[in-house]
Design a protein around this ligand. Structure first.
Ligand SMILES: *Cc1c(COP(=O)(O)O)cnc(C)c1O
Ligand SMILES: [Zn+2]
Length: 403
């Protein structure tokens, strides 16, 4: 296994350096999010990706010493070819199916790295605010690392997430409020008892773990990145992570300067980053009382907003919103016609693709990657009538007009 080529941590806002051998969350100079920077000459000399399977094949470009590399099977998820391109008269379209990760969502990637790093650097206990999937992933890795974990979740999060987190022995605290209220409770606990706060962008590991999605897409496509990637965005960790992944691959000489255009999809009921992108702002105002059935998108305020919006602009991407009704309809459609039942967040990507193809923003020869970020099985309450065969939604007619 490769050594980590981590060179330093650097603030994403003010570029102040931070030491790599201490458990530091955010920039000591300005409070901004810390990003990991690698010695690419050293990484280049190593084998990247390494042999074997899973996310630790990329250990040279992850900030985790060997002692923290716990294996629960994260990473190496399939990139599935689909017939979507032909149906839409659009280019070939793949789905990166992240439901194949431990605890059935891509949150496992970030938590594998954040918790592995925390354990290796001596953390004694952990805390995390979560809208659902992050809690389950953190709970599994905390159990594996032998660290106690406290989770703050909105009280109305589906019971499935609470049951799963508790099964992994997490202490689950239900909060009357949204993820940002949970974030304040988690930070208060960290300040009080020294628990390491795993909130995204408040420590450098979760971006690094999610970065491996970008590495895998590049590798799975023969080091020729797609023209468009459509990503369901909550706080935007994945947007920052994908962009960082491609920059690092270029610095290793594995890809050239070409980049996909990133499409950021949020729920119409909670879209602070889309709103900010559309007005050209470099920061996002909080979205009051954000509401959506897609728990992963119910993030009214992102601590990484500046980094997310910057990556979006550089990629010459697009930002759009999808309604909850559309997500459920497209999820049912994908389940019945593709054989892949996505979470509502994943379904939002196809809804966005249909619109961008109709608009002509995605060209007929462009290759598209959609993300299914998790399993729908934790949200089954959302599809009470999903098996009714006579239910032909508008989306079916539009998409399958060419059948
Ligand atoms: C967290 C989550 C998202 C949003 O991911 P970010 O990278 O934090 O924006 C999307 N889908 C699911 C299922 C999630 O759990
Ligand atoms: Zn700073």
């Amino acid at each position: 296994m490769s050594d980590s080529a981590l060179d330093r941590l650097e603030c994403g806002h003010c570029a102040a350096p931070a030491p790599t051998d201490q458990l530091i969350g955010t920039c000591r100079a300005c409070g901004g999010p810390l990003l990991a920077v690698y010695d690419t000459a050293r990484a280049r000399a190593d084998r990247i990706p390494d042999a074997g399977r899973g996310l630790w094949r990329w250990a040279g470009l992850l900030p985790v010493p060997e002692a923290g590399r716990f294996e629960l099977g994260a990473g190496d998820t399939p990139l599935l070819p689909t017939g979507i391109g032909e149906w839409l008269n659009s280019g070939p379209t793949w789905i990166k199916d992240e439901s194949a990760n431990p605890t059935a969502s891509f949150k496992a990637r970030g938590m594998a790295v954040a918790i592995g790093r925390a354990k290796a650097l001596g953390a004694g206990s952990l805390v995390v605010p979560s809208a659902g999937n992050a809690a389950c992933a953190a709970a599994a890795y905390a159990a594996r690392a032998g660290l106690p974990l406290t989770v703050f979740m909105p009280a109305d999060v589906p019971r499935s997430f609470q049951v799963e987190a508790r099964a992994h022995a997490a202490r689950v605290e239900l909060v009357d409020g949204l993820i940002d209220d949970c974030g304040q409770r988690a930070q208060a606990m960290a300040d009080r008892d020294g628990s390491f706060n795993l909130a995204t962008f408040r420590e450098p590991g979760r971006v690094e773990g999610k970065k491996t999605m970008g590495f895998e897409i590049a590798e799975q496509m023969g080091w020729r990145l797609p023209e468009v990637i459509i990503y369901p965005t909550g706080g935007g960790t994945g947007i920052v992570a994908l962009w960082k992944a491609f920059n690092e691959l270029e610095s290793l000489g594995l890809i050239g300067p070409e980049r996909p255009r990133l499409v950021m999809v949020q729920s119409a009921g909670c879209a602070p980053l889309v709103r900010a992108f559309d007005v050209g702002a470099d920061q996002a105002d909080p979205w009051p009382a954000g509401a959506t059935c897609a728990d992963g998108l119910r993030v009214p305020r992102s601590f990484g907003d500046r980094l997310v919006l910057d990556a979006m602009r550089r990629s010459r991407g697009r930002a759009l919103t999808v309604s909850d009704a559309e997500m459920l309809e497209y999820a049912r459609l994908m389940a019945s016609r593709l054989g892949l039942f996505p979470c509502p967040e994943g379904a939002a990507c196809l809804a966005a693709q249909v619109r961008l193809v109709e608009e002509g923003w995605i060209g007929a020869d462009e290759r598209v990657v959609l993300f299914n970020t998790g399993s729908p099985l934790k949200y089954l309450h959302l599809w009470p009538n999903s098996t009714h065969p006579e239910h032909t939604a508008d989306s079916d007619r539009r998409i399958f007009a060419h059948d």
